[in-house]
Design a protein around this ligand. Structure first.
Ligand code: NAD
Ligand code: TYD
Length: 351
């Protein structure tokens, strides 16, 4: 095997697409997927590659310092691609501590073990940290986030991701650990846990339940199909420059309400319902606390320097996503467990 790569959070939404891509595309890499399997991690996401000889799953917690250090001592990792995180803003508002623990302390555990265990070989290694555009805060109607935009996180989630980004840069400057950070906009696609806007709306429309739109639905997000993100990570892993940050985004800004209406049209068509049926389910609910108005990425660095661009149009990506959720009823039922239901009820019944 040419490289042994530790992928953290590989059983989650983006992680599973990345693991699948690497396992299939690079048989000479050994991919070790470390995941705690929280409510968001699901090994069903990787059924199709779990028998591949270059793939191994390890269940474990990045917050467990001794376990992480032992893992680095017993495996000769050439690189880490770090995706494990608590990732949902609403959960970070109701329970911020888990976000501090996993996103900050967990990241420091990995950085520290990499620094200590890689020792003088550090030069040939890479610690690639996957982050979010939310670290930059909230835009007004104008402007885009560039890699030079000052950090201004406003939710416990984005603040914890910003904290982890700072730690990664500190390990680069202080200890010389080779690092790359990419900050990506909102992803969507198959296998996303149905607490996030798009899969939640698909699931509710399918079941004729209200589709909760926060505030007036005027907040704007820049959407990217998850496989385009995985392609960007692949490119940056192989050709990104150590110490550098790259923004990744779809040039695809949508107001939430317009996005949901577009989704309703697609759902009516796919479910053979009369036009306008799904739209009636839209329900405006109390706004999220500290709700960031707008995110939008300037992706000119990765596109100019490395030639990356999104390949899936939003219409095509949404249709593929809807098809996947409609075809994967079993997956959806399995992830909507008791724990999720009680979270969901608490989240929305109070609104
Ligand atoms: P996700 O919530 O779907 O998956 C997170 C994974 O991490 C899960 O498999 C979970 O079990 C695992 N995990 C959580 N805590 C862990 C711990 N303590 N130890 C080990 N594993 C643990 O998240 P996602 O949407 O796939 O996001 C992946 C990464 O990409 C995150 O770092 C997130 O901040 C970042 N990101 C996400 C988006 C997005 O739109 N989803 C956009 C930009 C960046
Ligand atoms: P989300 O998918 O949680 O991603 P993020 O908060 O990280 O951007 O939410 C996307 C947008 O949709 C955000 O503006 C909040 C809004 N939203 C709703 O209006 N209703 C919902 O039920 C959810 C989950 C989100």
């Amino acid at each position: 095997m040419k490289k042994t790569i530790l992928v953290t959070g590989g059983a989650g939404f983006i992680g599973s697409h990345l693991v699948r891509r690497f396992v299939k595309k690079y048989p000479v890499y050994r991919i070790i997927n470390l995941d705690k399997l929280t409510y968001a991690g699901n090994l069903e996401n990787l059924r199709d590659v779990e028998q591949n000889r270059n793939y191994t799953f390890i269940k474990g917690d990045i917050n467990d310092t001794a376990f992480i250090d032992e893992l680095f001592a017993s495996h000769m990792f050439d690189a880490v691609i770090h995706l494990a995180a608590e990732s949902h803003v609403d959960r970070s508002i109701s329970g911020p501590m888990e976000f501090v623990n996993t996103n900050i302390t967990g990241t420091v555990n990995l950085l520290n073990s990499a620094r200590i265990r890689w020792k003088e070989e550090t030069g040939s290694k890479l610690f690639y940290h996957i982050s979010t555009d939310e670290v930059y805060g909230s835009l007004g109607e104008e402007g885009l986030f560039t890699e030079e935009t000052a950090y201004d996180p406003r939710s416990p989630y984005s603040a914890s991701k910003a904290g982890s980004d700072h730690m990664v840069r500190a390990w680069y400057h202080t200890y010389g650990l080779p690092v790359i950070i990419s900050n990506c906009s909102n992803n969507y696609g198959p296998n996303q846990f149905p607490e996030k806007l798009i899969p939640l709306a698909i699931n509710n429309i399918k079941n004729n339940r209200a589709v909760p739109v926060y505030g007036r639905g005027e907040n704007i997000r820049d959407w990217l199909y998850v496989e385009d993100h995985a392609a960007a990570i692949d490119l940056l892993f192989h050709r990104g420059q150590s110490g550098r940050t790259y923004n990744v985004g779809g040039n695809n800004e949508w107001r939430n309400i317009d996005l949901i209406r577009t989704l309703c049209v697609i759902m009516d068509k796919k479910l053979d319902r009369p036009p306008g049926t799904s739209e009636k389910l839209i329900t405006f609910v109390k706004d999220r606390a500290g709700h960031d108005l707008r995110y939008a990425i300037d992706n000119s660095r990765i596109s100019r320097e490395l030639g990356w661009k999104p390949s899936v149009s939003f219409q095509e990506g949404l249709e593929k996503t809807v098809d996947w959720y409609l075809d994967n009823e079993k997956w959806l039922k399995a992830v909507i467990s008791g724990e999720y239901k009680s979270y969901y009820d608490k989240q929305y019944l109070e609104r």
